[in-house]
Design a protein around this ligand. Structure first.
Ligand code: NDP
Ligand code: 2IT
Length: 447
């Protein structure tokens, strides 16, 4: 690693040894940036690495709420406003019991470069709570969201910080959050994205992360004259990103053989049909059930309790779409051995660093999350544009723009990797391309 990057990384390690996920994401970015830092001394002179790794602001607050049994519950709420050099802070809210500052800082840090890659004017941020939505009634979810927003509202705004969804935060939660914000400020503003179409959402936003990842993977495959036709595809997760990834893969002629949740994985060797995907969407989005139930309903679907998809069988493509560090070195070795030629990350940082290294060493086409899953936030950017113009584009218009953005992210990542003599190392290309725009803006803006 470049000396300057090494020094800043070691300082962070000493200062924040418990922020493992954040350190992991910083290490990956710094490692990629080394050839750029070797070549261009301006970033060290302006102390960009020190400045870009400290959030501009972090808000931490208490979220008390009353459950259905009239017990008082208390959760922690956070918003990490990481970097606003190129636009208002932008990034999702995660509601999951594992949420802590390290996880939100890694997600916010990734978001800076991802948002930069979209070509749209959005800074990086992330937030959420250790609240667990599982098993809660709709009314409990509403009360929690209202109390969360009561605290968050004074720190966000359409030109300041525009949150959206992430794990545990979908259309239902965005509705309750937006309803409370609107009441407090007495204005119908574009302060959240992922809104329902009934009150200012964009067509294709729910689909965008999954579709975008398939568009990105398609571009990678094209460079080797391959496509999804009749190829086996493993997907992990069964939430927003996984569902629309599956739908798009099927429409591209591919076979989705796995999906999963935190309880285990399902395997359907001949590929899930559109009817089965619809069943999974109803199960997950309406009944809020478990993926194991799919195997009880269909005789050609097997369930593997407590297992991830990666080592179950042969596949050509893997699209991890659940959570961070869900694909490790052993999984990577099994995938390569079983014929996998392409991995594209729907989730944020799902592959461990040694797994990424293994894919790169074995010539697997590897799309890092900050490039491959940028379609979600890019379409959030398009939602903000439509809100500002007070119009709504048709589905084809949004989908065409999404596809164009994913193509341009692919091109800039590939061209930047080539500029630094690193072939099709999309990790290096995406990190340098995303960083350059933000860092140059920071220099322009002064200290
Ligand atoms: P959802 O809440 O809709 O779905 C999450 C899925 O991942 C569920 O199937 C869930 O299973 C599984 N999962 C979550 N945590 C774990 C865990 N610790 N171990 C195993 N499985 C887990 O979230 P999304 O689909 O929106 O998000 C999935 C990933 O995509 C995340 O990494 C997110 O940051 C990323 N992402 C999301 C975008 C978006 O627009 N929504 C945009 C870009 C990236 P279970 O129900 O059992 O918890
Ligand atoms: O990780 C992500 O990019 C998201 N969860 C989407 C963020 C957004 O603002 O749409």
């Amino acid at each position: 690693m470049n000396n300057y990057a090494q020094r800043v990384y070691e300082d962070l390690q000493q200062e924040l040894p418990w922020q493992q996920e954040f350190l992991q994401s910083v290490f990956e970015v710094f490692d990629s940036l080394s050839p750029l830092l070797d070549r261009d001394g301006r970033y060290e002179k302006h102390r960009i690495l020190e400045r870009i790794t400290i959030p501009e602001r972090i808000i931490i607050f208490q979220v008390p709420w009353v459950d259905d049994k009239e017990n008082i519950q208390i959760n922690r709420g956070y918003r990490v406003q990481f970097n606003s050099a190129i636009g208002p802070y932008k990034g999702g809210l995660r509601f999951h019991p594992s949420v802590n500052l390290s996880i939100l800082k890694f997600l916010g840090f990734e978001q800076i470069f991802k948002n930069s890659l979209t070509t749209l004017p959005m800074g990086g941020g992330k937030g959420g709570s250790n609240f667990d939505p599982k098993g809660k009634s709709d009314v409990e979810i509403m009360r929690f969201c209202q109390n969360f927003m009561r605290e968050l509202q004074s720190h966000i705004g359409p030109d300041t910080d525009v949150p959206a969804g992430d794990i545990g935060v979908g259309g239902r939660e965005i509705g309750y959050l937006f309803g409370m914000y609107k009441k407090i400020v007495n204005a119908h503003q574009s302060v959240l994205t992922g809104k329902s179409l009934n009150f200012g959402g964009s067509l294709i936003r729910p689909e965008a992360t999954g579709y975008g990842n398939v568009y990105f993977a398609t571009e990678m495959l094209k460079t080797r004259k391959e496509d999804f036709e009749n190829r086996r595809v493993m997907i992990s997760g069964s939430g927003n990103v996984a569902q629309f990834t599956a739908q798009k893969i099927i429409s591209e002629g591919g076979k989705v053989i796995t999906m999963s949740d935190s309880g285990g994985s399902i395997l359907c060797k001949d590929g899930l049909t559109p009817e089965k995907i619809e069943f999974i969407m109803n199960l997950k989005n309406i009944n809020r059930g478990r993926i194991s139930e799919v195997a009880k309903h269909f005789s050609d679907v097997e369930f593997f309790a407590g297992q991830k998809p990666w080592q179950l069988t042969e596949t050509a493509v893997a699209l991890p779409s659940a959570t961070q560090n869900e694909l490790d070195l052993n999984d990577a070795k099994a995938l390569v051995k079983n014929g996998c030629v392409c991995v594209s990350e729907g989730a944020n940082m799902p592959s461990t660093p040694d797994a990424v290294q293994y894919f790169l060493e074995n010539q697997v086409l590897f799309g890092p999350g900050k490039a491959a899953n940028a379609g979600g936030v890019a379409t959030s950017g398009l939602e903000m544009t439509q809100n500002a113009m007070r119009i709504g584009w048709g589905a084809l218009e949004v989908d065409t723009r999404l596809r164009d953005i994913m193509r341009s992210i692919h091109i800039i990542s590939k061209n930047t990797a080539e500029e630094f003599g690193s072939g099709d190392n999309y990790v290096l290309g995406a990190n340098i391309a995303g960083f350059r725009k933000v860092a140059d803006a920071m220099i322009d803006l002064g200290v």
